[in-house]
Design a protein around this ligand. Sequence first.
Ligand SMILES: [Zn+2]
Length: 228
Amino acid sequence: MLMKEAREKIVAFGKRMEADGLTLGTAGNISIFDPELRLMAISPSGIPYEKTTPEDIVILDEEGNVVEGERKPSSEYLLHGAFYKTDPEARAVVHTHSMYCTILACMGEPLRSVHYAIAEAQTDEIPLVPYHTFGTPELAAAAAKALKKPGRGLILANHGMCAYGPSIESAYGLALTMEWCAKVQWHCMAAGKMNVLSGEEMQIAMEHYKTYGQKKSDGTHTQGYSGV
Ligand SMILES: [Zn+2]
C-alpha cells in the first residue's frame, strides 16, 4: 500500500476535524504530499470522516491521475495540488468550511491581523480568493495566484478556508488558529470596532514566533497554539 502513514494520518486528522468542530458532515478535505514519490494522498469524496479508513484514501500523481485507490478522490484535488505546485515546501493541506472562516469568506473579508496569533501563518493578512465554483481548475488557479509565500493560509470567497504547511500537524494547527482568529475578527466586526495591527508590529510578532515555544531536534521551534 502506497503512503500508508500518510493515509493513517489523513484518517486521524479527519476525525479530529469533526471533533474540533472544524467541519460539518463530509465538507472539507485533507491531503499529504510525498516529495520523493511526487504523489499526493487525499481524502475520498463524500465519505463521512468517522467511516473513512486508510484504504479509502486515494493516491494521485501530479496530473491528478489515480495511482492507487478504489474511491473517487475529493472533488478539490486540483485545489490541493495548487499548493504543492506553488510552494515546493508544502507537505500537507487542510481545506474546510469551518464556521467563522466561512463567515468572513461570505462577507468578502480577508482574515486580518486583529490578533497577533495570525503570525503563525507567517503573514499579516490571509488573503481572500475570488469566488469560483468548487472543484474547478479556475478555483485552483485563483488559489495559486492569491497565495503569497511564506503566508500559509487562504480564505475562499463564499466557500471556506485552506491552511497548509511543512507537515499535517502544522497545517492542521494553523487551521485551528485561523478559525479562532476569524472568530475574534467576526466578533470585533459585529461589535463595530476593530483595531488591526500594523505591518510593522506583525513583522515583530513573526520574528518572535521564530523562537517561540520549545526548541525541536532540528533546531527550529514549535509554532503556534498547537505546539507543533
Ligand atoms: Zn470546500
